[in-house]
Design a protein around this ligand. Structure first.
Ligand SMILES: *[C@@H]1O[C@H](CO)[C@@H](O)[C@H](O)[C@H]1NC(C)=O
Ligand SMILES: *[C@@H]1O[C@H](CO)[C@@H](O)[C@H](O)[C@H]1NC(C)=O
Ligand SMILES: *[C@@H]1O[C@H](CO)[C@@H](O)[C@H](O)[C@H]1NC(C)=O
Ligand SMILES: *[C@@H]1O[C@H](CO)[C@@H](O)[C@H](O)[C@H]1NC(C)=O
Ligand SMILES: *[C@@H]1O[C@H](CO)[C@@H](O)[C@H](O)[C@H]1NC(C)=O
Ligand SMILES: *[C@@H]1O[C@H](CO)[C@@H](O)[C@H](O)[C@H]1NC(C)=O
Ligand SMILES: *[C@@H]1O[C@H](CO)[C@@H](O)[C@H](O)[C@H]1NC(C)=O
Ligand SMILES: *[C@@H]1O[C@H](CO)[C@@H](O)[C@H](O)[C@H]1NC(C)=O
Ligand SMILES: *[C@@H]1O[C@H](CO)[C@@H](O)[C@H](O)[C@H]1NC(C)=O
Length: 889
């Protein structure tokens, strides 16, 4: 029996290297020696003849370092220097490549105790907005190589190092090699390398460029149960894979020829999908009577290939056309001679890959280019979060940027805030490429020159703030821009007494207000524009009486006031206390919007500790907002804040512990336990509705939650429901009409389409999201499911109801144990809530009332009383709600 086990990508680059026959050109190669200084340096590496250059032109962050001199002789030169990233959560290389070409991308990591800390780092690698791999350094002198075979979607690519723990990410070299794009085909996804081996007679040599013209690294594998056979004659390897001669000239055959040969490996991730490439060529000079023929099967007899006879001195490559997986991660291949065979099986080389799905789309490429140019033009590399994709993934959104995230389309930038960013020079035309922009804030900089006319052509732009730029030439406003201002479609803020507001109307006058943060604890808070309509009479917010104007751009937003005392001392907890409380972050409860949630104990009570990734100012902003709100809000159906931590870089929120997790998990059965009964569900619905109703009507000033969804409804040990995560809430003034235009935020699927389109936020947006939650509670269907006749749950329910009855949509897990009339009532209520027009949606107060009736029905039903049904009243006109009309009932 033969076993063989490869450690994941622990390839040891030994000092001995094979000589190559002739140098070939390195067309299309990009070979970066990371951290090489000075930045113009290039050199030819001695053992491979690959020309390396410094990475300085491809990245604008990080520190250069060198591995300890004592280790240098162990390695090729490109890993002597390295670049490390102590600052920022995500740091990215930008590389120009050819769009829709297939590349092999390889990161190499040798720690070599460069920082003298003797602490082995681990971190993640991303390609654009998607995670590619996790790097875990296993020894001071271990080499980790991570390879991906990837079709480049656009003509530039970002490779990012992402901090995932206390250690600092670093990289030694980064290489890009074009491949023939017909090779290594997958049904979907890209391929990461697990192992690539050949079988020479002596171990510890590897093959790469220039024997392999694509510079794949082939590691040698030998063991005591196979022998290596080889040939001196050339092997015909001419096909699109370009496997090197030296790889194909040797092959492994089992020592014990009579026994089947077992070759196995184990993947860490048992769900991984694999592609396996086997390379065969007959390298022995066969006699006329000799036959080498074998069957290949794996994992208890699954057929791979039968009656295989390797061609004489000519390559054949076998791989699986569809990805394969194994339930325990083990792939155990058996090579067995067939009846007529006189020689044992053979294998020349083997490649094993796993599939990585890079599903998150990059931001629209013109907008990425524009943002890169803006960053370059104004020297904004000091903005730490301005790395990688501007919008995606959302957790690494650039500071001052907000985006829309349409389903299955590239993200778009909808607002850009460069307030006080030390911008100099003229306003760059790159801004005109951000065609979906609605808010642009360039205030408090040192811009000069004229106001460009292209602003007028940016159709969605509603607000431009240019105040606080003393050198800007304000005498010449382009006519087209003036026209847009006159026609009320755009507000232009220029500074004291120079604002161009939309023309006055008889009664209502729009006023522009800039809510700026006030000194003190909140200095880092929000510096973004709120745009609200207030009645002229109640324009008391503005400083100056008389005609509405922007009083030097500052209107104190009373809700987000400068009152720092709210951050009370008593509830402030230090970081060491957090460590103790969570027992060094022993138990993860979940991952939330802006960080990981851990279990903790505070004064004998259980708590949930939400650690915020201290990377982005975005996170910090949300943190402050959330603390402020939660300390003010108390309701039995809102998750209470017990304390918070704001200790240097460490931000945390400490909440009451909700033992039963969130509603989504409970519905999906992920937590095990019983199916939530109809009664439970109605109770949860009404409690969550009460929490939301309190935010809308019980708080002064009222609040919009902005992110109502099933994962934000938490259950305690008695399945009592509370609404969580006010991170995205924004208070708005109670005076005046309840509209606040802010930057669209929320979760796709739950997002009010009207809010999304107009940017006008009101409580009715929460009502919409709550309607979606109700539909989930009834149906236990995903909000968006592309495989369904109608992807969005709202449309799906409407569609199903036109064809069938209520039973066709109610969660089958309830096994029919629910009250039909009650279910109708809830569905009708939910559909009223998701009415596309916010005016037609009920208020939360009304929703609570209706749901209370549903609970009463259910209680009555449980008690066997049937009378109440006849009294069911439904008072929402649904005919206008959607395509749905109440069908047979
Ligand atoms: C590198 O290139 C030089 C000059 O072309 C050649 O003499 C040498 O053999 C090459 N070395 C390797 C390792 O390919
Ligand atoms: C990448 O391409 C852009 C535009 O084509 C160019 O401005 C930039 O200098 C290139 N970057 C590098 C590192 O070659
Ligand atoms: C294959 O690669 C070429 C560049 O070599 C590229 O132009 C072409 O679009 C690619 N074809 C496919 C199907 O990706
Ligand atoms: C690499 O790490 C492994 C532990 O995973 C260790 O056994 C091995 O000796 C290390 N190799 C080197 C060269 O340090
Ligand atoms: C092969 O080596 C392993 C240990 O590396 C040993 O346990 C095994 O007995 C050896 N087998 C043979 C056939 O020598
Ligand atoms: C591989 O399969 C063979 C025969 O089916 C079995 O004897 C052997 O134990 C298996 N190896 C592993 C690691 O599962
Ligand atoms: C080889 O595979 C064929 C077809 O799968 C099968 O009929 C045959 O019995 C196999 N032979 C051996 C020796 O396993
Ligand atoms: C063995 O070879 C003979 C003659 O070539 C053929 O008829 C027979 O089917 C073969 N048997 C197997 C098991 O392949
Ligand atoms: C401002 O622009 C106008 C029109 O282009 C020009 O006449 C004027 O000289 C400029 N003023 C300054 C201070 O540059």
């Amino acid at each position: 029996m033969k076993t063989l086990h490869w450690f994941l990508l622990l390839l040891i680059i030994a000092f001995t290297v094979l000589r190559s026959v002739e140098a070939q050109n390195q067309a299309g190669f990009i070979s970066l020696d990371c951290g090489l200084v000075p930045k113009e340096t290039t050199y030819v590496e001695r053992s491979t003849n690959i020309t390396y250059k410094s990475d300085a032109d491809y990245i604008d962050s990080g520190l250069v370092g060198k591995i300890n001199d004592a280790y240098k002789t162990l390695f090729q030169q490109q890993v002597w220097a390295l670049r490390s990233f102590p600052v920022g959560q995500r740091n990215c290389y930008n590389v120009n490549l050819t769009a829709s070409r297939k590349y092999l991308i390889r990161g190499t990591f040798v720690y070599g105790n460069y920082d003298g800390l003797n602490q082995l780092p681990s971190f993640d690698l991303h390609i654009g907005p998607n995670k590619w791999s996790s790097v875990k350094i296993r020894g001071v002198t271990n080499t980790s190589m991570h390879e991906i075979i990837h079709v480049i979607p656009q003509n530039s690519l970002q490779v990012c190092l992402v901090k995932t723990g206390p250690t600092t990410p670093f990289i030694s070299s980064l290489e890009f090699r074009p491949l023939n794009n017909e090779t290594y085909a997958t049904q979907s996804g890209s391929l990461t390398l697990f192992a690539r081996v050949y079988f020479p007679s002596t171990s510890s040599s590897f093959i790469r460029y220039d024997e392999d013209i694509h510079d794949r690294v082939w590691n040698s594998y030998t063991d005591n149960e196979t022998v290596s056979i080889s040939t001196d004659l050339p092997v015909d390897t001419s096909n699109i894979y370009d496997v090197p001669q030296s790889v194909m000239k040797t092959a492994a055959v089992p020592k014990n020829a009579s026994q089947p040969w077992h070759l196995w490996w184990e993947l860490d991730d048992i769900t991984a999908q694999s592609y396996i490439y086997m390379h065969f060529a007959e390298v022995q000079n066969l006699k006329a009577s000799d036959i080498r023929e074998f069957n290949i099967t794996y994992n208890e007899g699954i057929r791979w290939y039968s009656y295989l006879r390797p061609s004489k001195l000519s390559i054949s490559i076998f791989s699986n056309p569809k990805a394969v997986s194994s339930s325990n991660g083990i792939f155990n291949f058996t090579f067995a001679m067939t009846g007529n065979s006189t020689l044992p099986p053979l294998l020349n080389a083997l490649e094993i890959y796993t599939v990585v799905d890079l599903l998150q789309l990059e931001t629209n490429k013109d907008e990425v280019t524009a943002m890169m140019n803006i960053k370059e033009t104004y020297g904004l590399s000091k903005k730490i979060s301005w790395q990688g994709d501007p919008c995606a993934p959302q957790i690494y959104l650039w500071e001052g940027v907000n985006c829309s995230y349409p389903d299955s389309e590239a993200s778009r930038i909808i607002s850009l805030n460069l307030n006080a960013s030390e911008l100099t020079g003229s306003i760059t035309s790159d801004i005109s490429k951000l065609t979906q922009l609605t808010v642009l804030d360039l205030s408090n900089n040192d811009l000069s020159g004229e106001i460009p006319a292209f602003f007028a052509d940016m159709k969605l732009l509603k607000l431009i703030n240019l105040s606080g730029n003393p050198r800007l030439n304000l005498t010449a406003i382009p006519d087209s821009l003036q026209e847009r201002v006159n026609s009320n479609s755009l507000t232009l803020i220029l500074g004291e007494n120079q604002n161009l507001n939309p023309k006055k109307e008889s009664k209502k006058v729009p006023v522009v207000a800039i809510a700026a943060s006030v000194a003190g604890v909140f200095a880092l808070l929000v510096i973004f524009a709120i745009y609200f309509v207030i009645k002229r009479k109640s324009a008391k917010n503005t400083k100056a009486p008389g005609p509405p104007s922007v009083a030097s751009g500052i209107v104190k937003s009373e809700t987000r006031s400068s009152n720092p005392s709210i951050m009370t001392k008593e509830r402030k907890i230090t970081y060491p206390e957090v460590l103790k409380m969570t027992n060094n972050f022993e138990r993860v409860l979940g991952k939330g919007g802006f960080g990981t949630v851990y279990h903790g104990n505070l004064d004998d009570a259980q708590v949930a500790v939400k650690m915020l990734s201290h990377s982005s100012a975005q996170g910090y902003k949300e943190f402050k907002a959330e603390v402020e709100l939660l300390l003010r809000v108390h309701h039995r159906h809102l998750v209470g804040l017990v304390g918070y931590c704001d200790d240097g870089d460490n931000l945390a929120l400490i909440y009451e512990y909700m033992a039963n997790g969130d509603l989504r998990e409970n519905m999906s059965g992920k937590r095990g336990g019983n199916v939530l009964t109809w009664e439970n569900r109605m109770q949860i619905a009404v409690e969550a509705a009460q929490g939301l109703e309190y935010l809308h009507n019980g708080c002064r000033p009222p609040m919009v939650h902005r992110d109502v969804k099933t994962t934000n409804i938490l259950l305690n040990e008695r399945c009592g429901a509370k609404l969580a995560d006010f991170g995205l809430s924004r208070s708005f003034p109670i005076d005046g009409e309840c509209h606040v235009s802010t930057v669209v935020a929320g979760t796709p699927g739950y997002l009010d389409p009207e809010y999304y389109k107009t940017n006008w936020l009101s409580e009715k947006s929460d009502v919409y999201s709550f309607g979606v939650v109700l539909l989930e509670i009834v149906t236990n269907q995903p909000v968006i499911n592309k495989m369904r006749e109608r992807p969005h749950i709202n449309e799906w329910v409407g569609f199903m109801l036109t064809k069938g009855d209520i039973k066709s949509i109610v969660d089958p897990k309830l096994m029919g144990d629910f009250d039909t009339n009650g279910a109708w009532k809830v569905v009708e209520l939910a559909l009223a809530c998701v009415n596309p027009s916010s005016n037609r949606r009920p208020t939360m107060a009304h929703v609570v009332m209706e749901l209370n009736e549903c609970v009463a029905f259910e209680n009555a039903r449980r008690q066997g009383s049937e009378e109440m049904y006849s009294m069911a009243s439904v008072d929402y006109s649904l005919s206008s709600a959607s395509e749905f009309a109440p069908g047979a009932r």
